[in-house]
Design a protein around this ligand. Structure first.
Ligand SMILES: [Zn+2]
Ligand SMILES: [Zn+2]
Length: 351
């Protein structure tokens, strides 16, 4: 076995989740290649009268959307957590416990234009979205019953979203989501032990190595981490440590918007398709505890390994809880970094 083969078959430690990722990129050419996802849909109009998110349309709740011009936020008509959730619950038996599913679920429309995507928005509009997310985090996080504000976007059929209108969601909950809890605990322990911010040491390692950096814009950086679990999983973060969006300066917000766009444009350019992903903001919980050492970042988890080929979660991931990656992060980062910085649809490529 050559040295490069050996490097493609190893375990890598994920310091934020405190778990192993098995990199087994030597098995890429297994005979069965998995199910391919459906081909991209045909051309989408700028306005769709059947869309619940387009300006002026009536939603299932009967509410009519305003004629909005930029970002539009509203309470989810099908909330999974909400103020109307039953509060008088029957207690379960034995060791089990339950709690009211209270909280706030909202939808954030990024643009009035039905046929655009986050990747295609101009940087100032992405910065405006970041500012709107910050407002939501501060407003919802200030409520005494809210311990955490999860802001995310599910994009694409393969992650269950059929409406192409660019939008994300917010779950403000009375509990802290598990991954945030894990990252916060790991960051705190690292800070206690080393007096340094864990994420800063990750950034230092990524910049020193350089092979996995996808884009840099002033105070912001996009990279495919050493310990990535998905083939094209990337992080976007400010270089300075901020526990959330709340303390970013206007300049940092603009740089973050530019770095995020740089990454998302490369995702789309990779296979000249609107790239599906789950994008999540990892911000400190709002439960009033001390989150020194927590470094806000955005995580993008695309489910595809190849064009129209999904990464399946199976025995190791679902059964065991650790990821098996069939690709080497250095190779995938190099693919992304080599792509043009201009979106293919803006270059006149096929839509
Ligand atoms: Zn729409
Ligand atoms: Zn994270």
């Amino acid at each position: 076995m050559t040295h490069s083969d050996a490097a493609a078959w190893e375990q890598r430690w994920h310091p934020l989740r405190e778990e192993w990722v098995i990199v087994a990129a030597h098995r890429q050419d297994r005979p069965w290649q998995g199910e391919r996802t459906s081909l991209p849909a045909t051309a989408v109009p700028a306005y769709d009268e059947r869309c619940y998110f387009c300006p002026g349309n009536v939603r299932v709740s009967g509410a009519r959307n305003p004629d909005y011009q930029s970002v539009f936020v509203f309470d989810n008509d099908h909330p999974c957590v909400g103020q109307d959730a039953p509060r008088q619950l029957e207690g379960p038996s034995g060791i089990y416990r339950n709690a009211p599913a209270t909280g706030v679920a909202r939808v954030v429309c990024y643009s009035p234009r039905h046929n655009t995507t986050l990747a295609e928005l101009p940087v100032p509009e992405i910065a405006a979205l970041l500012a709107a997310w910050r407002e939501q985090y501060l407003e919802l996080g200030s409520r005494p019953d809210i311990r955490h504000v999860l802001i995310f976007e599910n994009k694409g059929d393969v992650v269950g979203v059929s409406n192409p209108h660019p939008h994300g969601q917010i779950y403000a909950t009375n509990f802290v989501f598990k991954i945030i809890e894990t990252e916060a605990a790991a960051s705190r322990r690292y800070h206690d032990e080393h007096r340094r911010v864990l994420f800063q040491d990750i950034l230092r390692a990524e910049l020193a190595d350089g092979r996995r950096v996808v884009a840099e814009h002033g105070s912001a950086i996009a990279f495919l981490p050493y310990f990535a679990r998905y083939a094209y999983e990337c992080y976007v973060a400010p270089r300075e440590t901020h526990a959330s969006l709340a303390t970013l300066s206007a300049g940092e917000l603009g740089d973050l918007a530019a770095a995020l766009k740089a990454l998302l444009v490369r995702y789309d350019n990779l296979w000249q398709m609107s790239f599906p992903y789950v994008l999540t903001l990892h911000q400190a919980p709002t439960d009033g505890a001390d989150y020194t050492g927590f470094h806000f970042h955005i995580e993008c988890h695309p489910p595809l390994r190849k064009p129209q080929l999904l990464k399946y979660l199976a025995g190791p991931e679902i059964g065991g809880g650790n990821f098996l990656s069939d690709t080497r992060p250095e190779d995938k980062a190099a693919e992304l970094a080599a792509l043009p910085p201009v979106h293919y649809r803006a270059r006149g490529g096929h839509a």
